[in-house]
Ligand binder design. Structure first.
Ligand code: PSU
Ligand code: MN
Length: 302
């Protein structure tokens, strides 16, 4: 699709025009989700996994105000090194970063917006934003959820991270008509861990079944995306006791430090990694790779 602000990488543009499978990837996970150099290494590995499974990767970011769909290795390395110096861009921030012609790392919400402009239907990430614990007071609810309600891009993630309130996130998604599919599972995966106390709406066992629902939704004219929850491979899953203990402490430290708003998720991810001696980061990397694989398979099946 042509748009005055959009720069689609030639390889991605060719794939889209030939109806070949393309998988969108976000950039906040690079700048704010992981430390350097693991962030750059993971971003490149994720692209390779998408290729190995027969699709073209399109990592999305805003560079000097241009909406980039498909980044070069240098672009990825730049965002990875700059880290928090790159602005974390959600729907609210989007137009400002473009107007000011600066760099922005796209969250799930803004990556969906740009993927949709480019005509990409499948998007792989680690975790989506959600309803934060304590949201009944803070009202901290990620813009990712509203984006899923209105933008027709399907997001493969590792379930709902337990730094969030899983139950409230599921309720919010239901209210806004966003289905949560469990890939080969009826239990909602909790990001670092395959298990939680919640269930997904529908269990589907093959990429073909998922792409069939994507097709039917589109034919029915149902707007919005779906959450495809793909559990982390069990050998990398962290015991929920261990991870939840780290999360509880990270939440306490966040309160003490007075961190809130868009700084919350990056703070919690880094703190949990520190408290688990890097084990959560290792799991985080593996689950993203798993999501890249499933996304490529779904994109091919569409
Ligand atoms: N969860 C992760 N890693 C991440 C994010 C979430 O495990 O990097 C990022 C994604 O870009 C997501 C964003 O869209 O955090 C959500 O931030 P917020 O809650 O401020 O909307
Ligand atoms: Mn928030």
């Amino acid at each position: 699709m042509n748009h005055p602000y959009l720069d689609i990488h030639p390889e991605v543009a060719t794939a889209l025009s030939e109806n070949k499978p393309v998988v969108a990837l976000e950039s906040t996970i690079i700048s704010h989700g992981m430390p350097y150099p693991q962030n750059a290494e993971t971003a490149l590995k994720v692209e390779q996994v998408v290729r190995d499974h027969g699709a073209i990767p399109a990592t999305i970011a805003i560079i000097a105000g241009r909406l980039k769909v498909g980044l070069s290795k240098d672009d990825i390395d730049y965002i990875a090194k700059e880290g928090h110096k790159v602005v974390k861009v959600s729907r609210r921030d989007f137009a400002f970063i473009v107007a000011q012609k600066v760099n922005g790392a796209t969250t799930v919400a803004s990556t969906m917006m740009i993927a949709n402009m480019a005509g990409i239907k499948v998007f792989a990430t680690g975790g989506i934003g959600g309803v934060h614990r304590g949201a009944e007071n803070s009202l901290d609810i990620s813009a990712d959820l509203q984006e899923l309600a209105k933008t027709s891009v399907n997001v493969v993630c590792a379930g709902i991270k337990s730094i969030l309130d899983l139950g409230l996130t599921l309720e919010y998604l239901e209210t806004h008509g966003v289905p949560v599919i469990g890939y080969k599972t009826k239990m909602l995966p909790a990001f670092y861990s395959i298990e939680s106390d919640f269930e997904v709406d529908y269990r589907l066992d093959t990429p073909e079944e998922i792409s069939e629902v994507i097709k039917v939704r589109s034919e029915l004219g149902i707007e919005g995306g779906m959450v495809i929850a793909n559990p982390i491979e069990s050998k990398y899953s962290m015991p929920s006791k261990v991870i939840n203990k780290a999360i509880e402490q990270a939440l306490r430290e966040m309160d003490e430090a007075g961190v809130k708003g868009k700084a919350s998720t990056p703070f919690l991810l880094a703190k949990v990694a520190e408290l688990t001696d890097g084990n959560s980061l290792a799991s985080n990397i593996e689950l993203v790779l798993g999501n890249a694989r499933l996304s490529a398979q779904i994109a091919r099946s569409i």
